[in-house]
Design a protein around this ligand. Structure first.
Ligand code: 5GP
Length: 144
């Protein structure tokens, strides 16, 4: 998919938002939802998405959504740090297939990083659900 296109309400994150597909939730407020990535690139990889949005990518997003979304990303990133004590955090967001985007509902990746541990492959290798739930609980408990 290119940068241009029409929002598909059948995308997996839209289904998660509507409760039609499962997710391991970390945090939710009026503006954003955060849940564990099921194909994590590192232990504790979390996705943050805007709840009231039909933007496929960052460029399409309405200004009034961006502010609360970025505050949500920072809030969850701080909780990931507090819970998992990583040495670093990668926060990323892809726009268009050539940039690596695979799901077309705007989202941010929060990926904890540890010294000497390379980033795992993108969107590959399903996580153990019990481990994801445990990580989500740890992160959730640190939301301030
Ligand atoms: P993108 O490639 O669009 O930047 O990121 C999409 C992310 O969604 C990938 O990291 C991928 O692992 C994740 N993902 C794909 N399908 C699902 C799903 O059904 N549930 C969850 N929680 N994550 C998913």
């Amino acid at each position: 998919m290119s940068l241009d296109g029409t929002y598909d309400a059948g995308n997996i994150f839209a289904k998660i938002l509507r409760g039609e597909a499962p997710s391991v939730r970390v945090f939710e407020d009026e503006h954003v939802m955060a849940f564990m990535d099921v194909f994590p690139q590192a232990k504790g990889h979390v996705l943050v998405i805007p709840k009231h949005s039909t933007a496929r990518n960052f460029l399409e997003e309405a200004p009034e959504i961006i502010g609360p979304l970025m505050l949500g990303v920072q809030r969850v990133a701080r909780a990931v740090r507090a819970a998992l004590k990583p040495d670093g955090l990668t926060i990323s967001q892809f726009n268009g297939a050539p940039a690596g985007q695979t799901v077309y509902h705007l989202h941010f990746h929060i990926i904890p990083r540890w010294e000497g541990v390379p980033l795992g492959r993108h969107a590959e290798g399903m996580a153990d659900m019990d481990e994801l739930k445990d990580l989500a609980e740890q992160i959730s408990a640190m939301i301030a």
